[in-house]
Write a protein that binds this ligand. Structure first.
Ligand SMILES: *[C@@H]1O[C@H](CO)[C@@H](O)[C@H](O)[C@H]1NC(C)=O
Ligand SMILES: *[C@@H]1O[C@H](CO)[C@@H](O)[C@H](O)[C@H]1NC(C)=O
Ligand SMILES: *[C@@H]1O[C@H](CO)[C@@H](O)[C@H](O)[C@H]1NC(C)=O
Ligand SMILES: *[C@@H]1O[C@H](CO)[C@@H](O)[C@H](O)[C@H]1NC(C)=O
Ligand SMILES: *[C@@H]1O[C@H](CO)[C@@H](O)[C@H](O)[C@H]1NC(C)=O
Ligand SMILES: *[C@@H]1O[C@H](CO)[C@@H](O)[C@H](O)[C@H]1NC(C)=O
Ligand SMILES: *[C@@H]1O[C@H](CO)[C@@H](O)[C@H](O)[C@H]1NC(C)=O
Ligand SMILES: *[C@@H]1O[C@H](CO)[C@@H](O)[C@H](O)[C@H]1NC(C)=O
Ligand SMILES: *[C@@H]1O[C@H](CO)[C@@H](O)[C@H](O)[C@H]1NC(C)=O
Ligand SMILES: *[C@@H]1O[C@H](CO)[C@@H](O)[C@H](O)[C@H]1NC(C)=O
Ligand SMILES: *[C@@H]1O[C@H](CO)[C@@H](O)[C@H](O)[C@H]1NC(C)=O
Ligand SMILES: *[C@@H]1O[C@H](CO)[C@@H](O)[C@H](O)[C@H]1NC(C)=O
Length: 462
């Protein structure tokens, strides 16, 4: 057992009720800790690099629920802006969180307007299919996830910010987009690439991180349960040192730091996004790019960079999927000019029919098979895809809610209680999971992590 919880419990702590104060979840961004998730399940092998036109590695890091101006007024974000290209007209696609995440890998949110548990059928494809078609390595890193490929709804573990508080939910499935797709979750080799931050540390230390990464900090570090100041402190702790680490950020790495959605839901959905990393030319650092972008742009940009096929969904919608300027220029892709009133209102949540909208349900349609995206390749057809099911052949939307039904893709919430077979955390969920790491190899890291947590506790006490 880790001694951390017991140790912290023994401290004579008298807390005032207040918003959580940042404390580092581990001794450093590349040091293992039970706070980061279950024990690392081996490291990935060093990938064979498939060269892209503007970058060889794409890392997207998603924070939560923050308006553009709030992020732009943080000193940390101002610093990051000075090192990269700030995208000043980048919009989220809808509200709340989960549909934005799903759209960022699947090219559509299928009418979803909630944060429920879904299992999207295996014939609906994602960016993973396009990457694997070209042998481009990928992984998703989810902070505080108990085990690789974990399918549960959320996960609670000891509260490392406040040891006298009950176990805390740090990991949620709704911020882990690929596991929501059966084409990933039901393929063991792909499910194993849903990794936590202990795996991340091991993979970076082994110089083995893949070429396409989706990174989700936990619910306190991503500002979801906290504030922009808390998330800024996390970025200072985690991202800043990694930007200087060649194993994470070399001169062929492009990093997108973005948010899922803005906070004020009654207005349009502009969010702060900045492109960082060695692949950003020196001359462009500290500049702004006011081209209209959305979460679909991270699909089209990756497609353009590696000459991939497309998903034939939002990723090929000319209005919604402009390619990041530095990549568009490099590949000769012509973006659309979308300004002023032409910017689609993407704060709408609810009335869009789809296979994940129980109030206006229609089955999944095949993608537009004749679409051509920014990569120029064909539209990917997943196994069992029926291309004759198009938006035009779908029946009218049905209100399943009114007859007390859910959509077929809705899953049962089994939340914190279980981890799948092959779990790296020692299985059973709830408060004890994630603290049962016994590997002597990380014993040293544990000590350091405990030290960090004590510093964190001291900060809370001040
Ligand atoms: C820590 O948790 C305890 C128990 O839930 C609570 O009473 C206290 O206010 C919390 N402390 C802080 C600093 O939030
Ligand atoms: C972000 O903040 C800086 C510093 O206050 C300001 O100069 C800049 O115009 C802001 N950017 C946008 C797009 O509002
Ligand atoms: C991907 O790798 C496999 C196995 O090495 C190889 O047969 C295939 O040609 C490669 N595909 C591409 C697009 O390079
Ligand atoms: C829990 O739900 C997830 C997602 O639906 C699923 O992958 C997993 O197998 C479920 N676990 C159990 C034990 O039912
Ligand atoms: C990029 O890094 C590689 C490997 O460290 C080095 O050989 C190359 O000169 C660098 N290129 C530029 C443009 O800095
Ligand atoms: C949310 O984004 C919209 C569109 O950019 C912006 O007008 C609005 O001010 C943002 N909300 C807040 C509170 O900043
Ligand atoms: C592309 O997106 C725009 C803006 O959301 C929308 O009006 C249009 O219908 C979409 N086009 C297609 C073919 O879906
Ligand atoms: C997807 O597969 C299911 C069977 O698993 C099938 O019922 C459905 O029609 C397919 N949808 C599309 C768009 O291919
Ligand atoms: C669907 O039915 C539910 C429950 O009767 C109702 O609250 C909702 O407004 C309906 N939605 C639509 C779009 O008809
Ligand atoms: C609707 O579903 C809920 C949950 O399954 C159930 O408790 C309730 O009895 C159902 N109501 C009707 C009218 O069927
Ligand atoms: C975690 O899942 C449980 C359902 O088992 C739910 O009641 C709870 O609200 C969820 N918590 C969070 C923070 O998502
Ligand atoms: C590690 O992951 C692999 C691939 O998912 C799985 O087969 C294996 O059981 C896992 N090992 C441990 C110790 O969890």
């Amino acid at each position: 057992m880790w001694s951390l919880p017991a140790l912290l419990l023994s401290l004579p702590v008298v807390y005032a009720a207040q918003a959580p104060t940042f404390a580092p979840p581990s001794g450093g961004p590349l040091i293992a800790s039970p706070n980061l998730g279950g024990k690392s399940n081996t490291t990935l092998s060093k990938p064979t690099i498939v060269p892209g036109k503007q970058f060889d590695r794409f890392i997207q890091i998603w924070l939560e629920n923050t308006d553009f101006d709030t992020a732009n007024s943080s000193a940390t974000f101002r610093t990051l802006s000075s090192q990269g290209i700030t995208l000043t007209s980048y919009y989220a696609l809808t509200h709340p969180s989960e549909p934005n995440y799903v759209a960022s890998v699947g090219g559509d949110f299928f009418g979803m307007h909630d944060d429920d548990l879904y299992n999207i059928p295996a014939n609906i494809s994602t960016i993973v299919d396009l990457l694997e078609d070209k042998n481009i390595s990928w992984a998703s890193y989810q902070e505080s996830m108990p085990s690789d490929g974990f399918g549960g709804f959320n996960f609670s573990q000891p509260n490392y910010l406040n040891s006298s508080a009950p176990p805390y939910v740090y990991y949620v499935r709704k911020h882990n987009p690929l596991i929501i797709f059966d084409s990933v979750a039901n393929v063991p080799a792909r499910a194993a690439l849903q990794r936590n931050f202990n795996d991340f540390a091991a993979d970076v230390n082994a110089s083995a991180i893949p070429q396409w990464l989706f990174v989700t900090p936990n619910l306190v570090n991503d500002a979801h349960d906290t504030t922009i100041d808390f998330a800024s402190q996390w970025l200072e702790f985690w991202l800043m040192p990694l930007l200087a680490d060649q194993r994470f950020n070399d001169n062929r790495t492009l990093i997108l730091l973005t948010f899922d959605e803005n906070e004020t839901q009654t207005v349009n959905n502009r969010i702060f996004s900045v492109l960082l990393g060695g692949a950003v030319p020196q001359a462009m650092r500290g500049t702004e790019d006011s081209t209209y972008y959305t979460h679909y742009s991270s699909l089209s940009t990756v497609q353009a960079n590696w000459g991939l096929g497309s998903l034939g969904r939002g990723d090929t919608n000319k209005t919604m999927s402009n390619v990041y300027g530095l990549v568009a220029n490099a590949v000769g892709f012509k973006n659309e000019e979308v300004t002023g009133n032409a910017i689609p209102l993407t704060n709408i949540s609810g009335p869009i029919p789809g296979a994940l909208n129980s109030n206006a349900y229609v089955p999944f349609a095949a993608p537009n098979i004749s679409a051509v995206g920014a990569g120029g390749g064909p539209v990917f057809k997943g196994p069992g895809l029926n291309v004759s099911i198009t938006p035009n052949t779908l029946p009218n939307p049905v209100n399943l809610t009114s007859t007390n039904q859910t959509v077929p893709a809705a899953g049962a919430v089994n939340a914190t209680s279980t981890a799948p077979a092959g779990s790296t955390s020692g299985g059973s969920g709830s408060a004890s999971a994630g603290i049962s790491l016994r590997d002597p190899a990380i014993g040293k890291a544990v000590t350091i992590s405990v030290f960090g947590a004590i510093i964190g506790a001291a900060v809370v006490l001040l």
